[in-house]
Design a protein around this ligand. Structure first.
Ligand code: HEM
Length: 121
C-alpha cells in the first residue's frame, strides 16, 4: 500500500525517481543536459532541500527557484510535460495529503513561472 510523503527518504525517492524520468524523456532531457548543462550532483541535493522545505518542513532550501529558468527558452509544452512526469511520479509512489500538496504546489509554481516568462496561455 502506498503511504504519504513523510520523511527525507521519501523526498529523496520522489526527486530521484522524477529526475530519472526527466533524463529518459526525449524533450526534457536535452534541455537539462545540453541547454542547461546541469551538474546533477549539485542539482539533486538542492531539489531534496526544495521539496523537503515545501512538503515536510525541513526548511533547508535557500535559493531563488525562478532565475535558472529564464534562459532555457521554455515552452508551455515543456511545462506540461514536466508536470505530467511529476504527477505520474507522485501517483506511482505516494498517496495522502502531502502527495496531493506536492501536485498542487508544482502546478502553482509552474503557472507562476510561465506567467513570469511571458508564455502563459
Ligand atoms: C519545463 C520545465 C522545467 C525545466 C526544463 C526546468 C529546468 C531547470 C534547470 C535546468 C535548473 C537549473 C539547474 C542548475 O543548473 O543548477 C532548474 C532549477 C530549479 N528548478 Fe526547474 N525546471 C522546470 C520546471 C520547474 C518547476 C515547475 C519547478 C517547481 C515546481 C522547478 C523548480 C526548480 C528549482 C527549485 C530549481 C533550483 C533553483 C536554485 O535554487 O538554484 N522547476 N530547473
Amino acid at each position: 500500500m502506498k503511504t504519504d510523503i513523510l520523511t527525507k527518504e521519501d523526498i529523496k525517492q520522489l526527486v530521484d525517481t522524477f529526475y530519472d524520468k526527466v533524463n529518459n524523456d526525449k524533450v526534457l532531457s536535452p534541455i537539462f543536459n545540453e541547454v542547461a548543462g546541469i551538474d546533477w550532483a549539485h542539482h539533486l541535493p538542492k531539489m531534496y532541500q526544495f521539496w523537503g522545505t515545501q512538503l515536510i518542513g525541513t526548511m533547508d532550501y535557500q535559493g531563488q527557484p525562478f532565475p535558472p529558468h529564464m534562459k532555457l527558452n521554455l515552452s508551455v509544452d515543456n511545462f506540461n510535460r514536466w508536470l505530467q512526469l511529476f504527477t505520474e511520479t507522485i501517483n506511482d509512489l505516494f498517496q495522502g495529503a502531502n502527495a496531493d500538496m506536492a501536485i498542487y504546489k508544482a502546478n502553482n509554481i509552474a503557472t507562476v513561472f510561465q506567467y513570469k516568462l511571458g508564455i502563459s496561455k
